[in-house]
Design a protein around this ligand. Structure first.
Ligand code: S6P
Ligand code: ZN
Length: 193
């Protein structure tokens, strides 16, 4: 059966698409082991399991030829010096790409390849970031009080692989030091043998 074309609206502000099939929320507890300052992480978690980000998905069949798209919203905040961020992942099908269009806020897309290449691109309103095949990606919100909001789109058969980066960590992380936003080497990185 052939689908009919459809239109959705992304309201400003709010950004929840007029068609949303799935609303994912990720909290501090979902990112265990991913922040550098584990002591502060545990302390914060004891106080409140705050929401770090949410995703509004439009569901499509996860098959070649289809595309998955939606809105992700990363809230402002830090664990110690390190800004709130998404888990980050490789695509299960490594040779697939992704596109992000920033609608609001400020932050970074932190990326790396299995070969050890790294890249960090700035996200700001109306910027478009192309994540090529093979590049793992994580979104970081560096705004003081403002959500980082992006529209994303990628091949529907891409899938996500979280395990590799959960095990080894991203090579670069985004922190605030002396009131400056800095991109630094992850001190907790585990080296691949
Ligand atoms: C999926 C795409 C985004 C992320 C979202 C949350 O390929 O990159 O929709 O799922 O930004 O990030 P994560 O790393 O928790 O899936
Ligand atoms: Zn992705």
């Amino acid at each position: 059966m052939t689908d009919k074309p459809f239109t959705l609206r992304i309201p400003f502000p709010g950004f929840q698409p007029s068609r949303t099939d799935n609303h994912i929320t990720r909290h501090l507890s979902d990112l265990e082991g991913r922040f550098m300052d584990t002591e502060t992480y545990e302390q914060m978690l004891e106080e409140e399991d705050v929401m770090l980000y949410e995703v509004y998905e439009v569901r499509r069949p996860e098959i070649a030829g289809e595309m998955l798209f939606g809105i992700d919203i990363i809230h402002p905040g830090k664990v110690g010096d390190e800004f709130f961020m998404t888990k980050g992942h490789y695509h299960e099908m490594l040779e697939t790409s992704e596109l992000y269009y920033c609608l609001q806020g400020e932050g970074f897309m932190v990326m790396e390849t299995p070969e050890g290449d790294t890249a960090v691109e700035k996200l700001f309103p109306n910027s478009v970031i192309y994540v090529p095949p093979r590049w793992a990606h994580r979104t970081v919100c560096t705004g003081q009080n403002e959500d980082l909001v992006n529209f994303y789109i990628y091949p529907a058969n891409a899938g996500q692989n979280y395990g590799t980066l959960e095990q080894f960590g991203f090579r670069k992380i985004i922190v605030e030091r002396n009131n400056r936003i800095e991109i630094i080497d992850n001190p907790n990185i585990k080296h691949r043998s």
